[in-house]
Design a protein around this ligand. Structure first.
Ligand SMILES: Cc1ncc(COP(=O)(O)O)c(C=O)c1O
Length: 362
């Protein structure tokens, strides 16, 4: 795809939020990227336009049959003012995997990444500075064709919106408590759990609401067939350190292949820490705790990077992990991944992609 991206400027820029009040997902930048798909023209009319509401026909197929997918990645500002992305090509690829599963036409991954960089360059003042902050990038695609009837739509919209986000943790990591879900399931093998469809998240709300009501931060999902094997947390993949070895559930078709998960696996291999992708039951995890061998549990995902887990509740039993302290591996992974993202330490895997070099003039 070799199309010029048009830019429509807004009359007045928004006031930037106070950097201390950013939180997550509350504020949106001045502009967004938009592109449309029709059968005749393919993906066309790429444009950067003011971030504002738009209209859709009430019969737009997304409202009825749910062809909606998304991605999530972040841009970071380094100390010298460089803006960089972390492994964005993985998100572009996963977006196409999601397209494939929901019969949405493929996008040109290189073109979309170029468009995202162009959008960020325009919005560079929206990339927050400060420990743990970033500009969250949300690409998403949904069907727009006005038609009732279950079949793949013939018209779609792709958008990319930007949201400055604050530090997930304050000054330091803090362990979270997790409820192992016993009644509901997130995804089945053969379903859509391995891709990022909006419906996956709608399906998780009920269980998350119950967990919230009981004081748990997130849910740990088990497999849908036997309700036995560990899958992943609400928005993170999960790792267990048992007797010196790190184990994470093997990708099985119902687990989301996280970019952070892959980075953790690569780092652990690089450090020569024993690590294994395997099917692991929740019973094994609790038994390891009983034997005093469950040394660390942590989640890995773009939002929190590494999230130590201090407590797991399953089947009426609560276990405290590592005395509610941050484990050594969790801390080392967090420091290394965030260090690479912020350009503070060497990037041995060439994971970061620069959006802007110092002194670049637009
Ligand atoms: C269900 C689920 N699992 C895992 C992850 C972690 O993936 P990533 O590391 O690519 O953010 C996410 C976040 O996107 C998610 O929503």
């Amino acid at each position: 795809m070799n199309q010029e991206i048009t830019f429509i400027q807004r009359e007045k820029l928004k006031q930037k939020p106070n950097p201390d009040s950013l939180g997550f997902g509350k504020y949106f930048s001045d502009y967004m990227f938009v592109m449309d798909y029709t059968v005749d023209n393919g993906w066309h009319e790429p444009r950067i336009v003011p971030h504002e509401p738009f209209t859709l026909d009430p019969a737009a197929m997304v409202f009825h049959y749910g062809q909606a997918i998304f991605e999530g990645l972040k841009a970071y500002k380094t100390q010298d003012g460089t803006i960089q992305l972390f492994r964005p090509e993985k998100n572009m690829k996963r977006l196409n995997d999601s397209c494939d599963r929901l019969c949405i036409p493929q996008i040109d991954e290189d073109f979309l990444l170029k468009a995202i960089k162009q959008l960020i360059l325009i919005e560079k003042e929206w990339v927050p500075v400060g420990e743990g902050t970033s500009l969250y990038i949300r690409p998403f695609i949904f069907s727009t064709e006005a038609y009732l009837g279950v079949r793949p739509a013939r018209q779609y919209k792709l958008l990319v919106i930007l949201s400055p986000s604050g530090a997930y943790y304050g000054n330091q990591l803090s362990p979270v408590n997790i409820k192992v879900e016993e009644q509901y399931v997130r995804a089945v093998v053969g379903g859509v759990g391995h891709v990022k469809t909006a419906g996956n998240y709608a399906a998780s709300l009920k269980a998350q609401e119950n967990a919230d009501a009981n004081g748990y931060a997130q849910i740990l999902w088990l497999d849908a067939k036997e309700n036995k094997y560990v899958e992943e947390v609400g928005s993170m993949n999960i790792f267990f350190k048992i007797n010196g070895e790190v184990v994470t559930p093997k990708l099985n078709g119902s687990i989301l292949p996280g970019v952070t998960r892959d980075s953790v696996l690569q780092l652990l291999n690089y450090w020569k820490v024993p690590v294994r992708e395997a099917r692991i039951s929740i019973e094994e995890v609790f038994a390891a705790h009983e034997r005093g061998e469950l040394e660390e549990v942590f989640g890995a995902g773009t939002a929190a990077v590494i999230s130590p887990i201090g407590e797991l509740n399953w089947n009426g039993k609560t276990i405290i992990i590592n005395n509610q302290q941050i484990g050594q591996i969790s801390q080392r992974l967090y420091d290394t991944i965030t260090g690479i993202q912020l350009g503070k330490i060497e990037d041995p895997f060439q994971w970061t992609v620069k959006v802007k070099e110092v002194g670049t003039v637009l």
